[in-house]
Design a protein around this ligand. Structure first.
Ligand code: KIV
Ligand code: ZN
Length: 385
């Protein structure tokens, strides 16, 4: 089994979600939960961004003992110095520096030539290297960079001492086939590919960030950058919970595992949802409210006979207490009489048809039939305690 490191950036890229901002206490509480979850590295913030964010990264580096703590820095000496000052108190500090490499960023944002970009990477990775050994370099907008130039940028960073190369799909532009091929290409073209950690960092603009990250793993990535609940800039980032559970459930395919303590996922998701003010959609994979809920009669009947007919993940695996059968107009007899029995009504076979048709009439006017609705429907019926 290949080990895949999980690099959580909820506290940095996740905080770039429009409308989201965390205070010190919130960040520390989430960092402690991320440590409990077993993330290998957490990016606690962007220390140069504000005195408050510097303090958050420093306090987290001081507090967290079982995950490495890193801070983001542009290829600017002051950023790198500030990131180092924030993380240096940690047990295994890292610095993450980045510079855009794509033509559109070079021309319009940076106004730098290819040669200037390479020179900056060389200088700033070396600069960071004097502070810590674990220097990570990200060529921002890698997926829209000319592949030959991307190789030169990455090679420059490795030659200057980078231990981790993170390949960002900054604008969520790539797809699994293309991103997998990009990693395969880097694997053949970059000298020393196997000596450094190759990582992927995907955004979800086209809804493919998780699939793209998995394609990266299949082609040599050994670290994935992600956030809890997939929060992040625009449409967000790769969702940590989806990557961790996909690798676990399909280990037959990926032959890879993470250090994530899967039964901490729901608790972590709830905490991040509360602190970010971002509700998790009910149909969200792994931790959404409906992820272990069954409504149609055919599914409910199959589930009651054997849960594996319609569930590939047990809710307990991710810290959800149990599956639920939601009663509505599509539900069948098996689910109705099971639920009635659970709440104390044992229905004789002779009565079942009449009760089932009363239930269907009720279900036609209600989106969901609750236990209270069932009790009202059964009023006058003998209650078995
Ligand atoms: O999306 C991105 O390119 C980033 C980098 C800073 C890694 O977040
Ligand atoms: Zn990002």
């Amino acid at each position: 089994m290949k080990k895949i490191q999980i690099f959580d950036t909820t506290l940095r890229d996740g905080e770039q979600t429009a409308g989201v901002s965390f205070n010190l206490q919130e960040k520390v509480q989430m960092a402690q939960q991320l440590e409990k979850l077993g993330v290998d590295v957490m990016e606690a913030g962007f220390p140069i961004a504000s005195p408050g964010d510097f303090e958050c990264v420093r306090t987290i580096a001081q507090t967290v003992k079982n995950s490495s703590v890193t801070g983001l820095a542009r290829c600017v000496e002051a950023d790198i110095q500030r990131a180092y000052d924030a993380v240096k108190v940690g047990v295994s500090p890292q610095i993450h520096t980045f510079l855009a490499t794509s033509p559109i960023h070079r021309e319009f944002k940076l106004k730098m030539s290819q040669a200037e970009v390479l020179a900056s990477i060389e200088h700033h990775v070396r600069y960071a290297k004097q502070f810590v050994d674990m220097v990570q370099f990200s060529p921002e907008d890698a997926t829209r960079t000319e592949p030959e130039f991307l190789v030169r940028a990455i090679q420059t960073a490795i030659n200057a001492g980078a231990r981790v190369i993170n390949v960002p799909d900054t604008v969520g532009f790539t797809n699994p086939k293309e991103f997998g091929e990009l990693f395969a290409y880097l694997r053949t073209e970059v000298q020393g590919f196997e000596d450094v950690i190759f990582s992927s960092h995907c955004h979800d603009d086209l809804g493919m960030s998780v699939a793209n990250s998995l394609a990266a793993i299949e082609n040599g990535a050994s670290r994935i950058e992600c956030t809890i609940n997939g929060i992040g800039e625009r449409a967000g980032n790769t969702a940590l919970e989806e990557i961790a559970v996909a690798l676990h459930i399909r280990k037959d395919h990926y032959q890879a595992e993470t250090n994530i303590v899967l039964n901490q996922l729901k608790q972590t998701s709830d905490l991040v949802s509360r602190m970010s003010g971002m509700a998790v959609p009910r149909n969200k994979a792994i931790i959404g409210g409906n992820a272990y809920a069954h409504q149609s009669g055919i599914h409910q009947d199959g589930f009651l006979k054997n849960p594996s007919t319609y569930e590939i993940i047990t809710p307990e695996l991710v810290g959800v207490s149990k599956s639920s059968l939601v009663l509505g107009k599509l539900s069948g007899r098996h689910a109705l009489f099971t639920r009635l029995e659970e709440i104390g009504f044992l229905i004789e076979p002779a009565e079942q048809s009449a009760i089932f048709s009363r239930f269907k009439q009720l279900a036609d006017v209600k989106k969901e039939v609750s236990d209270e609705d069932l009790r009202a429907m059964m009023s006058g019926h003998l209650y078995q305690d």
